[in-house]
Design a protein around this ligand. Structure first.
Ligand code: GLP
Length: 243
């Protein structure tokens, strides 16, 4: 893992945006994996600003990591809606080309299998953006997920539903299940870029980087990934030993 820390999140975001811009300049039809959540939002806004300044992303292909089971595409908290608003529309990318799971499918297991097949069909992910949950989850792979897991329907832990309830009117409205890329699926991305900001992420960040690789900390699976860049503000990095 290459770890970059800094006091100023804007400096970190600019570096992460540079990695996306370089990828697209080298390979205009590259596959970029989008994470949802608050951590990558400033990165998507920075890319939107670069598009306004002439960066052409029209051939970029987009995949996502996960989706709540049971939310219609139009639901304000569906990840499809997030990606449409933060990525597809502002970046000028045809929504029909994006690889997203169907959250409100009649058969979520079939929808998960179809999602995995479509990720493979685009040739896998060139650059995967990631956040990390306070309990160390990546995508919606909760503690205990196998490092070999593939895309599937998962149960959300009470702590994740509580953490994500800030986006809903009440915790009761947070879905109990999600379709999530597996850890094994995520590890096949050719390059991963993880963002974590704030002291609330510091314990998960320490376990991810300095703990042993264990399924109790899903993000620690990234220790076995050959190309990972981690961007941390000083608060998220505050529990790391000096290296
Ligand atoms: C959700 C998503 C994850 C994301 C995590 C952290 O649970 N499924 O992909 O990394 O939240 O989100 P935030 O960046 O808002 O802290």
């Amino acid at each position: 893992m290459r770890i970059t820390t800094g006091e100023d999140p804007a400096f970190l975001i600019a570096q992460a945006a540079d990695a996306i811009e370089q990828l697209v300049r080298d390979t205009p039809d590259a596959v970029l994996g989008i994470a949802t959540g608050s951590s990558p939002e400033p990165l998507y806004a920075e890319i939107t600003a670069r598009v306004a300044n002439g960066l052409d992303l029209s051939r970029l292909r987009i995949t996502c990591l996960d989706e709540y089971v049971g939310l219609a595409p139009s639901h304000p908290q569906s990840y499809r809606r997030y990606i449409t608003e933060h990525v597809l529309e502002p970046w000028g990318i045809d929504a029909d080309t994006a690889v997203l799971p169907t959250g409100d499918a009649d058969d979520p297991d079939a929808a998960a299998a179809d999602f995995e097949q479509r990720i493979l069909a685009v040739g896998g992910v060139d650059l995967q953006i990631l956040g990390v949950g306070p309990n160390g989850h990546i995508a919606f792979n909760e503690p205990g997920s196998s490092f070999a897991s593939r895309t599937r329907v998962v149960d959300l832990t009470p702590s994740t539903r509580e953490a994500n309830s800030r986006f809903f009117d009440s915790e009761a409205e947070v879905p109990t299940r999600a379709i999530s890329q597996g850890i094994g699926t995520i590890l096949e991305s050719r390059h991963a870029l993880l963002l974590a900001f704030g002291e609330g992420k510091a314990p998960a960040v320490r376990a991810m980087i300095e703990g042993s690789a264990t399924e109790e900390v899903p993000a620690s699976a990234l220790q076995d990934h050959a190309e990972v860049d981690v961007y941390l503000d000083d608060a998220a990095a505050s529990l790391l030993g000096r290296h």
